[in-house]
Design a protein around this ligand. Sequence first.
Ligand SMILES: *Cc1c(COP(=O)(O)O)cnc(C)c1O
Length: 444
Amino acid sequence: MNTFNEAPRIIVQKLNKIIKTISTKSNLENYKDWKWQVKHTIKDIESFENLSGIKFDDKERIELQKTVDKFPISITPYYLSLIQVNNYKNDPIFRQAFPDSKELNISKADMLDPLAEDSDSPVKGITHRYPDRVLFHISNMCAMYCRHCTRKRKVGDIDYIPDKKDVLQGIEYIKNNPVIRDVLLSGGDPFMLSDDYIDWILSELKKIPHIEVIRIGTRTPVVLPFRITDKLVSILKKHQPIWINTHFNHPREITSDSIEAINKLADAGIPIGNQSVLLAGINDCTYIMKKLVRKLVQNRVRPYYLYQCDLTMGLSHFRTPVGKGIEIIEGLIGHTSGFSIPTYVIDAPGGGGKIPVMPNYLVSWSTNKVILRNFEGIITTYNEPENYEDNNCELDCNNCNLYLKMEAPEESAPVGIKKLFCNVDNTISLIPNDIERMERRKDE
Ligand SMILES: *Cc1c(COP(=O)(O)O)cnc(C)c1O
């Protein structure tokens, strides 16, 4: 239970006190049982006060209760034990787990479903946004309710529980759409489901011949590391290739317990990625992010995405300007190992999907030279090749010099900018369908 600034001995004492306060019959062994953790998640302010030793005054408690009535609490005893009580107001663990009355402030930009996940849903539980992959919500349960949850609207909402019938319908949709080659299991947290149920879903998906990979998004390694049991790992191992994405936001979340969970997955040959959310007052700092990504790769977790905080209702106090994210990426590229740098993305409101945003490295260019700058401020040139012959793809592999020889030409028509680049489509510009000038043309 090593955190960065506390001596292990003090932590064990604190931990024993937490365990005994929860249940006088429990011990450290119960504590490491994930079901015990789930059974004893902290769901109200009073239990939180008793366990953490933090006391709120009456006025604070009334405001907090109003917040909890709208957005419920759930904190695992494990995650609670990581809070540093003496400066809890600035504690990154506390701030991700415990409600803040600012969640009730609704800003003008806030939306209920900013990513339009429900609109891009052909059947309940599936969001089909990208050509070759789908998001599949198979659980609405989470061990901890992260205060910055993008699906805050669904947290604790009984209507959204996907039952076996819904899941079967989702599987049927995937079966009937051979363009889908990648299924991303999400929720809620898929690892809140039982081992047998997970085994069943994975087996069903593996039977579909066009599924090449399965991904699982879970925060259990961070908030409930004991969920990563040998039994679960053996089930996942059976269904390879499985990729896992988890969600560490701060280096303080990397503890001996979370490292043990990560190690089990990595030792089973499961690649692990990390998706962080940029959060004001938690990790909006180049040094914290650098420390986080270094600790992650040290433990075989590859930073994948850094998300700009979504426009979800109740998250305005967590949002930073986009400039903060660009500044952080600027502080990582060149300064630390390339494979530890996440792609900074904004998930487009309205359902446009993830859009990468980067500092600019391309300064200018001419017909034969590109002008670039590096992380140190050096401005440099790259000479373009003199005799480059483009292969002018016409989607005709049999008459092409490159060796791919696709079995079938690409099933789906080129989309977006790719359409403008491509030689088999005569589109010369992409035009929004509601501009007045185009409306006038139609009238002619
Ligand atoms: C994030 C997401 C994916 C996966 O995107 P990748 O960039 O491939 O990781 C797929 N579908 C939806 C709806 C998503 O939000």
